[in-house]
Design a protein around this ligand. Sequence first.
Ligand code: LMR
Length: 328
Amino acid sequence: MTLKPLLAALCAAASLSAFAQAPIVIKFSHVVAPDTPKGQAAERFKMLAEKATKGQVKVEVYPNSQLYKDKEELEALQLGAVQMLAPSLAKFGPLGVKEFEAFDLPYIFPTKTALYNVTEGAIGKGLLKKLETKGITGLAYWDNGFKVMSANKPLRAPADFKGLKMRIQASKVLDAQMRALGAAPQVLAFSEVYSALSTGVVDGTENPPSNMYTQKMHEVQKHVTVSNHGYLGYAVIVNKKFWDGLPADIRGALETAMRDATTFEKAIAQRDNDLALEAIRKSGKTEVVNLSAKEQAEWRRVLLPVQTDMEGRIGKDLIQAINREAAK
Ligand code: LMR
């Protein structure tokens, strides 16, 4: 037997084993700090996924918009440049799935239980399904929390917002919410918010305390109002072609890892927001105010009509279905 075919066989074997050993890489990009509910859960998923697949999968987590900012990350996912994201539910409008903006409606979720009735039920699953036409598969909902408002002047009444430039996420519902308060909404990528606040490009913003604190926004905002007027949460999504192309055993192990990371994420979200609000209060840099029942009633009177105003965009049936589910 001449040497040539033997050498060829050896080379082929060598490259096959090299190929077989190369781990499947999941690039998980997000825009928040690592010590947030989402940041910690991404690391937890990494740990669980790599353990469950015995290293056949490698998860690379890129926090703080290291790889992509808000708008770019969704495009990168559709192109397959990254495999996993967990964008805010307020950021799916530009993708053409505006129904997710229902999560931004003022006072739509009176409690976290009401929220879970929706995200863990048929409504939540149905919304994730809508992403498939965009080449995206929705895996889970991750929680953050109810939002506070901030500015360099006290915000106790809707009239206090008059003429303020307020940063929002790319959501038409949040645009309508700020206009209802008499403010001028301004869409900015999350990574640009701190500098826009510190330079006065915008006067104020809204976010759950965990985002406000970890981005040091409170250091450039003299007043925070604990308004809980709206909710911010996430959808964990993957590139559909990538996900469908995974070996079934690997996909199964990743689904289990995602389920466990989601349980972990929901368990820490409220705690982390409470701790962040306390840290903002203790920083001495920001006055934190709670609204009286009378003040809250005035905010509701001004903001609840946004639910009706947005029926044309989001769908009256969906809003009513969410309100029914949330009221259970
Ligand atoms: C924001 O842009 O304010 C948030 O969506 C950031 C995040 O992902 O929590």
